[in-house]
Design a protein around this ligand. Structure first.
Ligand SMILES: N[C@@H](CCC(=O)N[C@@H](CS)C(=O)NCC(=O)O)C(=O)O
Length: 201
């Protein structure tokens, strides 16, 4: 991969961060382009699907859709399984992360504080434990595929870290306590030398 640019917004809590971490883990030097709202408004129409992240690699058209970007980086750099069935299992975990976002994100847009609290508490009581129990069954431990880290692990890490830090109002970090294998997975990603080095910059 030559002359690589990863375009996203500033936050480190969502899809663009997953791609930055994948490039970091792969040891690929890249331009870390972070757009302001104004820059994005001028650029949106020219992107493949009108959303970020977008990966640009010399000699190839710009690539959008986070999971496609992660699969590409993972496949080129030994961070995604080569066995098609195991690869599909990892992709299912990546899809489950997007499912979680799809269920949680609407609560960000609720204006009424009482309604928002109720929606998040309901999420923490119902969807969250069911999702965690199902995802835990997919972990061979500590990572999705066993001893080796893969791009699917980065998605779980980026999704869960803000919750475990207590940054999501009305969803206590303790909601994840019944799922020790999941907590171990997040810790294993966080302490991976290349990931730790990225956050120590
Ligand atoms: N399915 C897409 C979703 C991308 C997406 O929704 N990106 C958001 C940021 S996380 C975005 O670009 N929002 C700005 C906009 O839609 O104008 C993916 O997985 O990459």
């Amino acid at each position: 991969m030559n002359n690589v640019t990863l375009t996203y917004f500033e936050p480190s809590t969502s899809r663009g961060e997953e791609c930055r971490l994948a490039l970091t883990l792969a040891g690929v030097p890249f331009k870390d382009e972070r757009l302001t709202g104004e820059q994005w408004a001028a650029r949106k129409a020219s992107t493949p699907f009108g959303a970020l992240p977008v990966l640009t690699v010399e000699g190839h058209p710009p690539l959008a859709q986070t999971n496609a970007i992660l699969r590409l980086i993972g496949s080129l750099h030994g961070l995604h399984p080569t066995d098609p069935y195991e690869a599909a299992r990892h992709e299912a975990v990546m899809g489950a992360v997007e499912d979680f976002r799809g269920r949680f994100s609407p609560t960000n847009r609720i204006k009424d504080p009482v309604e928002k609290q109720a929606a998040r508490e309901e999420f923490a009581r119902t969807y969250l434990p069911d999702w965690c129990a199902r995802v835990e069954k997919q972990l061979r431990g500590p990572f999705v595929g066993g001893a080796e880290i893969n791009v699917a692990d980065l998605k779980l890490f980026v999704l869960l870290t803000p919750f475990l830090k207590g940054s999501m109002d009305h969803v206590a970090p303790g909601a994840f306590s019944p799922f020790p294998a999941l907590l171990k997975q997040v810790e294993a990603v966080k302490t991976h030398p290349r990931i730790a080095a990225w956050y120590a910059r």
